[in-house]
Design a protein around this ligand. Structure first.
Ligand code: GLA
Length: 380
């Protein structure tokens, strides 16, 4: 991929660029907890974005996407927002860097990626983190890593219409080979957990479905959580985020909030605790508990948070039936992948059965990705 990128860069700009990369992510547990101030437990993966970049001495960005085979030029002022979605991510990162007092001048760039789109593996965070990291390096802005992650997050909020939490960009910037990272999204304290489960594999089964309106449904979930937190806060002013609330405090406001908001909040409060339980279980090498928590998360995401779909529920049910240790829908939901913790000896049987039975039911084959926990944003 690096060679192809440089080759295109030379063709377009007559020289080579400096190479930067960042990664997509998986999340073992802790879904929809980030914007609620709870815990998440992600890691960067061996699929990501690579970009070649070089300042061009002007005030325009000249960008080429190898995957879309598309060239776009845009300026760096607020009104220069390009119309192509992929270019908006780069533009947003430039703008958010500038808003933080960073310097960004015109540059040439070519990029490509191998994060499957719409699979819930955060291809957009990989793109944002690559450019946040690269611009910081090239223009010597000295912005710290957390702020680089926030630049990506603000790009989603202000230029792409998704009110996401910090998990994806955090994982993409802070990712470390072989480690998952538990992040407290309220205090931003984090801890690396080496993750090499003896006798198990993590595998993703991609349903290859992506539901329309996923971002507005996502924003709606967030609004429900904020509504529930606001109701609880009236009785318990210490509740800054929903993750600060106890289950009994939620019960107190059950009649005051829509049932839907109650169910969303019930899921979140349970999920925050599950992340801690999974981390403890991992330290004991207790993968059965890890797996059981994953199933509980799936149940919550499907029945309370309602971000699963028929295809993902099917994969989850099949995993359960085949005695797979853990399985759940991963990421924002509304399509994408299940993440599965599978005993080595069951791996082939499970993956083959998932492919066959899913194809028979839905008329298209799922994709299968092994999870390799890898490094995040870096200069190559
Ligand atoms: C998306 C968002 C994240 C997070 C997950 C759900 O990936 O970008 O911030 O909320 O959904 O856990």
């Amino acid at each position: 991929m690096k060679e192809k990128i440089q080759e295109k860069f030379r063709t377009l700009f007559g020289e080579e660029g400096e190479l930067f990369a960042s990664a997509g992510r998986v999340n073992l547990i802790g879904e929809h907890t980030d914007y609620n101030g709870g815990y998440v437990f992600p890691g960067a993966i061996d699929k990501g974005i690579i970009a070649a970049i070089k300042p061009n001495g002007g005030d325009k960005v000249k960008a080429y996407s190898l995957d879309y085979d598309e060239y776009v030029e845009f300026g760096l002022e607020e009104e220069d927002k390009p119309s192509q979605a992929w270019a908006c991510y780069i533009f947003g990162v430039c703008r958010e860097t500038i808003k933080r007092g960073g310097k960004v001048k015109g540059f040439n760039t070519v990029f490509a990626g191998d994060v499957p789109l719409g699979a819930g593996l955060s291809s957009s965070a990989a793109l944002e983190s690559t450019y946040a990291f690269a611009l910081n390096y090239i223009f010597e802005n000295g912005i710290d890593k957390f702020e680089l992650a926030k630049i990506g997050q603000s790009t989603e909020h202000n230029y792409c219409g998704v009110k996401c939490g910090i998990m994806d960009q955090f994982a993409s910037v802070f990712g470390k080979e072989g480690s998952l990272i538990r992040l407290n999204c309220k205090t931003l304290e984090y801890k690396y957990f080496p993750f090499k489960p003896e006798g198990y594999k993590l595998v993703l089964i991609d349903s290859c479905v992506k539901h329309e309106l996923a971002s507005s449904a996502y924003n709606k979930r967030r609004a429900s959580c904020e509504n529930a937190a606001a109701a609880i806060r009236k009785n318990h002013p210490e509740v800054e985020f929903l993750s600060d609330a106890k289950r009994v405090w939620l019960e107190e406001v059950r009649e005051e909030i829509p049932e839907e908001d109650f169910l969303r909040a019930e899921y979140v409060i349970g999920e925050v605790q599950r992340v801690l339980d999974v981390c403890d279980a991992l330290e004991r090498g207790d993968y059965e508990t890890v797996g059981e928590m994953m199933y509980q998360t799936h149940f919550g995401l499907s029945k309370l948070y309602e971000v699963s779909c028929e295809e993902l529920d099917f994969l989850n049910k099949l995993a359960r039936k085949m005695d797979v240790t853990g399985s759940r829908v991963m990421g924002g939901g509304f399509g994408g992948c299940t993440i599965n913790l599978v005993k080595d000896e069951l791996y082939d049987t499970f993956v083959n059965a998932a492919k066959e039975q899913f194809t028979a039911k839905f008329g298209h084959a799922p994709k299968v990705y092994d999870v390799v926990i890898s490094d995040g944003a870096r200069k190559l």
